[in-house]
Design a protein around this ligand. Structure first.
Ligand SMILES: NC(=O)c1ccc[n+]([C@@H]2O[C@H](COP(=O)([O-])OP(=O)(O)OC[C@H]3O[C@@H](n4cnc5c(N)ncnc54)[C@H](OP(=O)(O)O)[C@@H]3O)[C@@H](O)[C@H]2O)c1
Length: 188
């Protein structure tokens, strides 16, 4: 059960599982930093921020997971009001940008790279940048959660999600000595 002493940062919170996870965490009493690509579209998050559910525990920040400048800007915005860092980083953002289901051989380099860049490369890069915020001297627990997929029905998406499963296993090994746990979840 989340608590006020637990601060979560979730990526891709405008809709879908990110939005739902955020609701559940707020309901459980956690402090939530909701990262979304486009603040202009975040009217639902702004409404939630003012609602009785959030009670001052929701911060909204801009983050395009594929953009290194956006990532470093987000770190600055998050670090100042959260000097003790964040406890849980949830890599929720994931795309299946394949213009409908079709054969793998139908897709060009840009489509394949775009899906793999967003789903696999971006969580690794964000984890690198966020490590100082995850491991502050006063923090006693840190967790990185990857939203994976058990199957991955669409071909390019499926390839990227197989890579995500292997990627978080590798991150778990890399971060073991720092006492940071890495886990994958399948939302069903
Ligand atoms: N839904 C399922 O049944 C299911 C099953 C298994 C796994 N998953 C996984 O769960 C995660 C979320 O899935 P979903 O169904 O909730 O997807 P979704 O409804 O399409 O939402 C995806 C979210 O990611 C954001 N996003 C996309 N590209 C981004 C970027 N470059 N930077 C920042 N945010 C970006 C989107 O923001 P915009 O509004 O700006 O596009 C949106 O808020 C994914 O990792 C998916 O693979 C979902």
């Amino acid at each position: 059960m989340p608590s006020l002493s637990t601060t979560y940062l979730i990526t891709g919170t405008l809709r879908g599982t990110g939005l739902e996870m955020m609701h559940r965490l707020l309901d459980g009493g956690a402090m939530v930093i909701a990262a979304c690509r486009n603040l202009v579209k975040a009217t639902n998050l702004c409404r939630l921020q003012e609602s009785g559910l959030a009670q001052g525990r929701l911060r909204i920040v801009q983050l395009d997971v594929t953009d290194d400048v956006s990532i470093t800007d987000t770190i600055k915005v998050v670090a100042e009001p959260h000097p003790r860092g964040i406890d849980v980083l949830i890599h929720n953002t994931g795309i299946a940008d394949v213009k409908g289901y079709s054969k793998l051989l139908d897709h060009g380099r840009q489509t394949i790279l775009h899906n793999i860049n967003t789903n696999v490369v971006s969580p690794v890069i964000i984890t690198q940048y966020f490590l100082p915020l995850l491991k502050t001297p006063s923090a006693d627990k840190q967790l990185i959660l990857m939203v994976a997929s058990s199957s991955g029905v669409a071909e390019v998406y499926g390839i990227s999600k197989v890579a995500v499963n292997k990627m978080f296993a590798e991150l778990a090994i890399d971060l073991k000595d720092r006492d940071i746990t890495v886990a994958g979840i399948h939302p069903g």
